[in-house]
Design a protein around this ligand. Structure first.
Ligand SMILES: Cc1cc2nc3c(=O)[nH]c(=O)nc-3n(C[C@H](O)[C@H](O)[C@H](O)COP(=O)(O)OP(=O)(O)OC[C@H]3O[C@@H](n4cnc5c(N)ncnc54)[C@H](O)[C@@H]3O)c2cc1C
Length: 426
């Protein structure tokens, strides 16, 4: 008897969406709304990385990029302080050395206003996009309109943030500046070290970002999305479309969108692009669930630490460690930072029950990349850095419009890959 080799037929869809974080899922949602069939590809299912463990703030007033004039030396000086937010993973240096140089250059004074304006263009649309998405999938109970609070324990840091407030004012962001007494009225659990505060009134809070992504994923599947719990390995042209080879079999799609967060770069190299996206690892620790400690996501500016009242417990997030995918995590960092949350909220009780680390996909200028690769039907949606939760649903709509040829609701020029010039031509 002769043996016949059997090869499974590739799945055929309109769009292969690579990456099921908030950006990929929001894009799939908008594509399905427009009648396109989607294949959702991710080895870890929905919210496998940053979209799971973030602080939950739809931070519409966070307009400042990570690199700003004068931030470089304080950040570098802080490298030896275990509680300072900025960290460099020395073993991953070749992965981000070039990026770091561009990151520092993006912090020049003349770059600031255009970056702030392009951030605001996305953030301004974020609240409505979130409420639309959550309403459509029946997940409004995972969102609350608490606003986002920034607190300052030192007058000098609060004074230094005057520029950020001026940018909010100039762009019409709704916010209140609070003194110590007003802070205590708003957040009765705050300690006296919180001396100044800024409440972004229109910011939302996603009480369980991982659960939100799971619901969105299930909602898409219930309406016809196909799924591949596998890792995309290569994208190749095939006929009029593309063959996506994955660890779980192949797929054929007319269009492909790469929304694989910090992992997006490798998939685009064969098309001649080098994505200027570096992995900025953040950490969280979870305290057991407890009532009355904190009412809304609260950033302690001096520690760059956010304390958030998640559904399953109080989450403490922090750090930006420049690293590379696959590098070892350093849980000691968050284990050292988490107890500091008690200095801000003294009634926080118990010990952390878990910790987590995930990779923010960071561009040098803190703006995402929302673009089409040359004249291919291959698209990129990544690089959202610290604001991917905030901007994910807006980016999803912009990507879907770009892919189906609808007019953009926000001019896309600031988010084009070409802004990185020859550097991005890998
Ligand atoms: C500690 C921390 C706190 C944060 N807090 C906030 C906040 O309060 N507000 C805010 O707006 N933002 C916040 N962020 C940023 C935000 O979480 C991210 O910007 C956002 O989640 C990025 O979404 P994404 O979909 O691009 O990437 P991800 O969520 O990382 O998703 C990428 C997906 O791609 C998958 N993938 C990787 N490789 C492949 C492959 N080869 N094939 C298929 N799939 C692949 C991964 O498994 C992953 O599921 C925070 C981030 C961190 C780390």
């Amino acid at each position: 008897m002769s043996s016949v080799s059997w090869r499974p037929r590739p799945r055929v869809v309109d769009v292969a969406v690579i990456g099921c974080g908030i950006v990929g899922l929001s894009t799939a949602f908008q594509l399905q709304r427009r009648g396109l069939s989607c294949l959702l590809i991710d080895p870890r299912g929905p919210a496998g990385d940053a979209s799971f463990g973030n602080a939950g703030a739809v931070a519409v007033g966070n307009l400042m990029p990570a690199s700003t004039p004068g931030m470089a030396w304080p950040a570098l000086r802080g490298l030896r302080n275990p509680l300072a937010p900025f960290k460099l993973d020395a073993g991953a240096w070749p992965h981000y050395a070039d990026w770091l140089w561009r990151f520092l250059r993006a912090g020049r004074q003349e770059r600031l206003a255009p970056i702030v304006d392009a951030t605001h263009a996305l953030n301004r649309a974020a609240r409505a996009a979130w409420l639309d998405l959550a309403g459509a999938i029946g997940a409004l109970e995972l969102i609350s309109a608490t606003g986002y609070l920034h607190v300052y324990s030192e007058a000098v840091t609060f004074a230094r943030a005057a520029g950020a407030r001026e940018h909010m004012r100039r762009n019409g962001v709704a916010f209140d500046v609070l003194d110590a007494a007003q802070l205590r009225d708003l957040e009765p659990g705050l300690a006296a070290i919180a001396r100044h505060g800024v409440l972004q009134r229109d910011s939302l809070f996603v009480k369980d970002p991982g659960e939100f992504c799971r619901r969105l994923f299930n909602w898409l599947c219930a309406r016809g999305a196909d799924t591949l719990i596998a890792s995309a390995r290569t994208i190749e042209r095939e006929g009029e479309g593309y063959r996506v080879r994955t660890s779980g079999g192949d797929a054929h799609a007319d269009q492909v969108v790469v929304a694989a967060g910090a992992w997006s770069g490798e998939l685009l190299r064969p098309f001649g692009w080098r994505l200027p996206v570096a992995a900025g690892r953040g950490y969280h620790a979870m305290y057991p669930r407890q009532e009355g400690v904190v009412r809304r996501p609260t950033l302690w500016a001096e520690r760059y630490m956010v304390v958030s009242p998640m559904r399953s417990g109080v989450r403490v997030t922090g750090f930006k460690e420049m690293t590379a995918p696959g590098r070892p995590v350093r849980p000691a960092l968050i284990q050292g930072l988490a107890p500091q949350a008690r200095l801000l909220f003294p009634s926080l009780s118990g010990e952390p029950v878990s910790d987590w680390a995930g990779l923010r996909p960071c561009t040098p200028d803190s703006l995402p990349i929302l673009d089409r690769v040359d004249d291919e039907r291959l698209f990129i949606a990544t690089g959202h850095g610290h604001l991917g939760l905030t901007q994910g649903p807006v980016s999803g709509e912009l990507m879907a419009r770009l892919m189906v040829g609808e007019a953009a609701s926000i001019p896309l020029a600031p988010y084009r890959l070409a802004r990185f010039g020859r550097y991005a031509r890998g």
